[in-house]
Design a binder for this molecule. Structure first.
Ligand SMILES: N[C@@H](CCC(=O)N[C@@H](CS)C(=O)NCC(=O)O)C(=O)O
Length: 215
């Protein structure tokens, strides 16, 4: 059985998929692609929406990160990454939605992109965008802080919720504004620290970002 994940290592969605596969102990090939590859016909055949990641297992092709995360957990042996109880499972899915729909567009695509990626790419960050994004991100992190009543987002064990939310908050924390916001929220800071110490997070930190990690 050959399993391939396509993506650019900096993408937090790609990283989350890699983290889930590593946490499951699944052997997979990482096929590193650049953003220019998304425009090709070959890639459109894998994902007509031209987003990354894509997971391919022989003739089975899957895109959309939450679907890939769920498949990684359900199709392979290894420690379960989803709770069984319906309420806990619903909470986990809620956090997958929060990560994709709220944290990613603001904390990653505005704050992290402008503050960390723009300078790497030789672009000038827009301070007004950063300031606005930091306010919204602070409000979102307040919710995370309030809900972190257990060591992980949904109970005492790592779930897909921690993986996707953690991938987003990890990048938020790489910005100086996000770092201050995370450090001001003790439970969020401790949770992120717990995640950052996992091999799966450490092994998937993109080379481009190694000297940007905080803490
Ligand atoms: N809904 C998609 C979103 C994935 C996504 O936005 N991926 C980004 C990288 S983190 C991407 O492919 N960006 C390229 C683009 O928008 O052109 C998923 O869950 O996988």
């Amino acid at each position: 059985m050959s399993l391939t994940l396509y993506g650019f290592p900096v993408s937090p969605n790609v990283r989350a998929a890699r983290i889930a596969l590593i946490e499951k102990g699944v052997d997979y090939q990482f096929n590193e692609i650049g953003f220019d590859h998304l425009a090709t016909a070959d890639y459109a055949a894998l994902n007509p929406f031209r987003k990354m990641p894509v997971l391919q297992q022989e003739t089975f092709v899957l895109y959309e990160t939450p679907a890939i995360l769920g498949y990684a957990d359900e199709a392979f042996e290894g420690v379960p990454l989803q709770p069984i109880d319906p309420k806990s499972c619903a909470q986990m899915r809620k956090w997958l939605g929060i990560a994709a729909n709220y944290l990613y567009p603001v904390g990653v695509m505005q704050l992290f992109l402008q503050r960390v990626m723009f300078p790497i790419m030789g672009n000038e960050p827009d301070e007004a965008v950063i300031a606005e994004a930091a306010i919204t991100t602070g409000q979102q992190l307040d919710v995370l802080e309030q809900e972190l009543i257990t060591p992980f987002l949904v109970g005492d064990a790592l779930t897909l919720a921690d993986i996707l939310t953690g991938a987003m908050v990890y990048y938020i924390n790489m910005t100086r504004e996000g770092f201050a916001l995370v450090q001001a929220r003790a439970k969020t800071a401790a949770w992120l620290d717990r995640l950052s110490q996992r091999q799966s997070f450490q092994q998937t930190l993109a080379d481009l970002l190694i000297d940007k990690a905080q803490g």
